[in-house]
Every structure is written in structure tokens, then in C-alpha cells.
Design a binder for this molecule. Structure first.
Ligand SMILES: [Mn+2]
Length: 314
């Protein structure tokens, strides 16, 4: 919703869609939005490759304030849209390699990568990129699924195996899930039997409420100096997010997710992704709009926490 008022070219020119419509100088910003239009292994509904454009378009048409994150707008937070990564359609392994390369370069500059998926497989690339830049964060995943299969439909690198590969290759200090409700027996066993993996299931959020679920996640991440946040849009109930690759009712409500994020997102965020939006199965772009608003809220919560902290005398 923002144009700099430096001159007529800035006032009347449009370039985009750009995330939140922000056309600014890169050196003034900290967050790098980068599209990863991958849908190589989508097993049910395909079309996640169209999500980056759709999320950007939605983000240009929502208001720029936060919901819980007050006193800062998305223009003030410092976001630069880097464009999309050129990915080979059908080759998830090569796509992950390219995403890791680009994200690694962005992280090496001290910037915070914000990846617009794409299927959930892009998270593996993002975390390998961060690891390559010497950043090995704890991970918070909001997802209906555990994504801990060893292989799926013969593929080892897939949206259904992504967290298993991340555990094996990236070794995050802690992996915390919020919202799972769909998995097979082996995944369930792995999630409960592995130290450093913690799950707050969907029905637990229902039982204890979003404030307690969020503070439980915050406690589980309390030993972490850096946190990566991955949001699979299928964590939401399909009523809120119908346009996803693999919908799983019943899921979380929009206000529950925002309340959880308020409890858990802070200055420690070193990377963010939002994945699995599938515009071709969306209704009235509601999933893209919710994805844009969710991502904006995460950035605003992280950045306002960072600024509050840097103002405090140490
Ligand atoms: Mn999922």
C-alpha cells in the first residue's frame, strides 16, 4: 500500500506485484522476500508454483498494520522483494540445491530470508542455505502434518518427507510443531520418541487454548538463540485456507494462529517461510490473503521485538 513520495516516477510507476507493494532501496531493509515456486512432488493438488505471485498480489491489497504487533507497519519493518528463484519444474533435488544457494547468500549478508513457497520441500533448501551460512536455528513449524516419512511415492526429497530430511541433514537443536493432526504410525513414533522433537497437536491447542499453546512453544524454544519459522498454510482449518495442497480438517482458526504467533515470535527469528498455498484450488483468494496477513504479522512481531530489545540498555 506504499509508494515513496520522492517524485512522480515513484508515485505513479508500479513494479510488481511486490510483497506488500514496497518498492524501496535494499540497503534500507533487513528482510529479503524470495519466491520459491516449486510444486514438483505435490501428491494431491498441484499449483503451489503460482503461490508467490498470488501471495504478493494479496499482500499489496491488505492494510499494512499488524494485528497484535502494534506500533509498526510493514513499510517501516524494512522488507525488500528479491523476486523469484528460477527453479526446474519436476526436479525437487535440484530445486532444493538452488534455494539453498540463494538463501545462503542472503543469510551471509546478515539479512533475514522470507521464503514464499512453493510446496513444503522448499523449507529443506532454506535451512540448508542457512546452515551453509553458519546459521543453525531451532525450528518452529505450524503444520497439519508431521512430514516425517522416510520416502513418499518413491521420493526421498518430498513435501511429505521434508522434516525427516531436515532432522538428518541440518540437525536443528530443537524442532517444535504446532497443529499436527495427520500422520502415519511411523511418523507418530518418530515424533514422540526423538529427543529435540516436540509436538503440540491440534487437539491440544483446542484443549489448552492458543495462549497456553503459544507459551508452551515459547518454553520449548527458550534455550534457542535463533529460531526459524515455517508456516504450512494447511495448519489452518480448510474453512480458512481451502487453497492448499493437502487439506486436513479440522484445523486451527485464524485468530488462534495469530494468538499463538503473538506468544512465540520474537527477535530471535532468522528465517521465515510460508508454504503450500495452491491458488488454483483457492476460493476468492482467501488462502493467499490469509498467507499474506500471517506472514506480515510474523515479520512485524519479530521486528518490533528486535527494536524493543535494541532500545533496552544492556
Ligand atoms: Mn502440511
Amino acid at each position: 500500500m506504499y509508494r515513496s513520495l520522492a517524485g512522480l516516477i515513484d508515485l505513479y510507476r508500479t513494479r510488481g506485484p511486490l510483497f506488500a507493494g514496497i518498492d524501496t532501496r535494499r540497503e534500507r531493509t533487513r528482510y529479503s522476500v524470495i519466491g520459491a515456486p516449486l510444486d514438483a512432488t505435490a501428491s494431491y493438488r498441484k499449483g503451489q508454483r503460482w503461490a508467490p505471485r498470488s501471495i504478493r498480489e494479496a499482500s499489496e491489497n491488505i492494510e499494512s498494520n499488524g494485528y497484535y504487533a502494534r506500533g509498526i507497519t510493514i513499510e517501516e519493518a524494512g522488507v525488500y522483494d528479491e523476486g523469484d528463484i528460477a527453479l526446474p519444474h519436476g526436479d525437487a533435488v535440484e530445486a532444493v540445491r538452488r534455494i539453498a544457494g540463494v538463501v545462503g547468500e542472503i543469510a551471509s549478508e546478515g539479512r533475514i530470508p522470507v521464503v514464499l513457497g512453493g510446496e513444503h520441500t522448499v523449507t529443506l533448501g532454506a535451512l540448508e542455505g542457512l546452515a551453509g551460512a553458519g546459521v543453525r536455528p531451532c525450528i518452529l513449524v505450524l503444520d497439519a502434518h508431521l512430514d516425517l516419512r522416510n520416502e513418499y511415492l518413491g521420493e526421498e526429497v518430498s513435501h511429505a518427507t521434508v522434516m525427516r530430511r531436515i532432522l538428518e541433514r541440518v540437525h536443528p537443536p530443537v524442532l517444535v510443531y504446532i497443529g499436527p493432526r495427520a500422520y502415519d504410525r511411523e511418523e507418530e513414533g518418530l515424533a514422540s520418541g526423538r529427543s529435540g522433537v516436540e509436538v503440540i497437536y491440534s487437539w491440544e491447542v483446542e484443549r489448552i487454548g492458543p495462549v497456553n499453546a503459544g507459551s508452551r512453544a515459547r518454553n520449548l524454544l527458550s534455550g534457542c538463540s535463533r529460531v526459524y519459522i515455517s508456516i504450512d498454510m494447511d495448519v489452518y482449518d480448510p474453512a480458512y485456507a481451502p487453497g492448499v495442497g493437502t487439506p486436513e480438517p479440522p484445523g486451527l482458526r485464524a485468530r488462534e494462529v495469530f494468538r499463538i504467533l503473538r506468544e512465540v515470535v520474537d527477535y530471535r527469528v532468522v528465517g521465515i517461510d510460508i508454504v503450500e498455498v495452491t491458488p488454483s484450488y483457492d476460493c476468492g483468494s482467501v488462502t493467499s490473503v490469509l498467507a499474506a496477513k500471517t506472514l506480515q504479522e510474523v515479520i512485524l512481531l519479530a521486528e518490533s521485538s528486535r527494536r524493543t530489545r535494541s532500545r533496552k540498555p544492556s
